[in-house]
Design a protein around this ligand. Structure first.
Ligand SMILES: *Cc1c(COP(=O)(O)O)cnc(C)c1O
Length: 385
């Protein structure tokens, strides 16, 4: 089945009793048994839920994996991956990860004896230098948030195979429409479904996809043992949204390049970053790695730029109207954010400076509205600033 067909049909059967075309929301905690231990395969809602299963199978198909596991948030998915390891294990992570991931690894998992190295994973040599005999996982986010730095997944996957290290990729920023890490050799791919997979800013959720039975068995055990599962309704909303993922991602990317080109041509902004701009330092890697299943190139809807000063950034952010000033990203509506004081406030200032996250940086999550209205909105916000 091709991607757009899988997005609509994978994991879903017509409901047996009525033929309902859309899988029902099984809003139940338990299932009747005929005799003790004689069940239908469904025992308890944390362990199995048909609505959640449909969504898990759907995302697994889109990510070219074999098993999907849904969670109550992206961080719940990340926390479940971290629980594959034990005290003394060493993890190499992209230095410029999502702020909540950085906080979780350093403030929570370090207490349990996991060791982390924060590395610029866009440079393979830096990863090689950080590997120790205890290194068990490389955790990569690409493109990074908010700097949009890319890591070469195929090259890192080759290294991981040689060194017998797991490769986990946070694919939240591109979704499987533009990047399929398991096809490039990663072992685990995960998402905050809160962002593009759900895409309508009305769910907090997460998902993990793997492509082999042994890892699936371990993650499935943890999903049930740890219990950070989503509600059936949230799983259903994500399943509903996945049907339009190809349409939405195409529209996000078409708008994002227009916004990026507008910002690049305007004197109020500099250091405009979008991987499909030829000025992006890793433009060539984006052309190779960010491919839709049909072969077209696109880099999602995230665009960042730097304004003249902290004060100018603040003034522009207050005046934007179509772009809503808010955390989060990946919804059909355009959002804008000031990472240094919002999403990345928990990242220490020294680390922010190291990765180039300026106080004057603005991050746009370009939605699927008419691009002309988005550009007009930025133009009106600049008046008198
Ligand atoms: C939002 C986000 C997360 C965390 O997901 P939640 O659903 O908010 O828990 C993890 N990684 C990335 C890249 C994100 O953008």
């Amino acid at each position: 089945m091709k991607f757009a067909t899988a997005a609509i049909h994978a994991g879903q059967e017509k409901e047996a009793k009525t033929g309902a075309v859309i899988p029902p929301i099984f809003q139940n905690s338990t299932y009747a048994q005929k005799g003790p231990g004689e069940h239908t395969g469904y025992e308890y809602g944390r362990t199995q839920n048909p609505t959640r299963e449909a969504m898990e199978k759907n995302v697994a198909a889109l990510e070219s994996g074999t098993h999907g596991f849904a969670f109550g948030s992206g961080l719940a998915a990340i926390s479940t991956v971290a629980q594959l390891f034990q005290a003394g294990d060493h993890i190499i992570a992209t230095e410029n990860v999502y702020g909540g991931t950085y906080r979780f690894f350093t403030k929570v998992m370090e207490k349990f004896g996991l060791k982390f190295s924060w590395v610029d994973t866009s440079d393979l040599q830096h990863i090689k230098n950080a590997i120790t005999p205890n290194t068990k996982m490389i955790f990569v986010e690409t493109p990074t948030n908010p700097m949009l730095v890319l890591s070469d997944l195929a090259a890192i996957a080759d290294l991981c195979r040689e060194e017998n290290i797991l490769l986990t990729v946070d694919n939240t920023f591109l979704s499987p429409y533009f990047q399929r890490p398991l096809e490039l050799g990663a072992d685990i791919v995960l998402h905050s479904t809160t962002k593009y997979l759900n895409g309508h800013s009305d769910v907090i959720g997460g998902v993990i996809v793997v492509k082999n039975d042994e890892l699936a068995q371990k993650i499935g055990f943890l999903q049930n043992a740890v219990g950070a599962v989503p509600s059936p309704f949230d799983a259903w909303l994500v399943l509903r949204s996945l049907k339009t993922l190809p349409l939405r991602m195409k529209a996000h990317a078409e708008n994002a390049i227009k916004i990026a080109e507008f910002l690049q041509g305007h004197p109020a902004f500099h250091t405009v970053s979008y991987p499909d701009l030829p000025s992006h330092p890793q433009f060539a890697l984006a052309q190779k790695q960010h491919k839709s299943p049909g072969g077209s190139i696109g880099s999602g809807g995230m665009v960042t730029c730097i304004t003249e000063s902290f004060d100018k950034a603040q003034a522009i952010l207050r005046k934007l109207k179509v772009f809503t000033l808010a955390e989060s990203l990946g919804g059909v509506e355009s959002l804008v954010c000031h990472p240094a004081s919002m999403t990345h406030a928990s990242v220490p200032p020294a680390m922010r400076e190291k990765i180039g996250l300026s106080d004057a940086l603005i991050r746009f999550s370009v939605g699927v509205e008419d691009a002309d209205d988005l550009i007009k909105d930025i133009e009106q916000a600049l008046e008198g600033v």
